[in-house]
Design a protein around this ligand. Structure first.
Ligand code: GRF
Length: 200
């Protein structure tokens, strides 16, 4: 058991409801961790606002700010290393994490996906597209998956997964809302699981 407080960076692009759920869980359960940084490709979004209101450092890093993708990846790694970040959580981050970042943080980056991977994952499978595909395929169950991030979209080792029913009269929007509610419980649990594995 180490006394080191795990320093977490959350990468977001949108509302940030998962970020908020994880933040509250860490605070309420007094886990030996802190969210030290909110990184976004967008200057403004719900997640960035939430971070600012809660005294969490924020940084906007976008490919557009750099001459090359390598420069972008290097800046991202430098930012994470400068802040002594141990783990990264992707929570509604709408960009692919550069391979160099994945290599610099092996088995340290988690993502949440709003379906039961390995089904309904991969490029193009994000947001409402996922739920539309699940309904079109006639699935009776969907859910959420927290997995480690590797070089391939949605292919890293699964850490936790939970099911929700798909109802006969579901629209992509009603299914999305049910899955998101599930995500808010699942992601904090997955973070706790990762921390206990790392800290033991
Ligand atoms: C979630 O459904 C997550 O699975 C997906 O993007 C959504 C993010 O929502 N990757 P929020 O920004 O956490 O509210």
């Amino acid at each position: 058991m180490t006394n080191h407080k795990t320093r977490i960076a959350v990468f977001c692009s949108g509302t940030g409801s998962n970020f908020e759920a994880i933040f509250n869980h860490i605070k309420n359960k007094r886990l030996n961790a802190e969210i030290a940084l909110c990184l976004s490709n967008r200057a403004q979004c719900g997640a960035m606002e939430f971070a600012k209101h809660n005294g969490i450092s924020t940084v906007q890093i976008s490919e557009k700010q750099f001459e090359s993708f390598d420069d972008f990846a290097f800046a991202m790694i430098k930012c994470l290393k400068d802040q002594n970040i141990d783990n990264v959580l992707l929570a509604g981050y709408m960009r692919k994490v550069p391979e160099a970042v994945v290599t610099a943080f092996p088995d340290k980056i988690l993502n949440i996906h709003p379906a039961l991977l390995p089904k309904f994952g991969g490029e193009g499978m994000y947001g409402i597209h996922v739920h539309s595909a699940v309904i079109s395929a006639g699935e009776t169950e969907s859910g959420a998956t927290v997995h480690f991030v590797n070089e391939e979209y949605d292919k890293g080792r699964i850490l936790l997964q939970r099911k929700v029913p798909v109802l006969a009269d579901d629209t992509p929007e009603t299914l999305a809302a049910r899955v998101l509610e599930c995500e808010h419980r699942l992601y904090p649990e997955a973070v706790e699981k990762m921390l206990s594995e790392q800290q033991s």
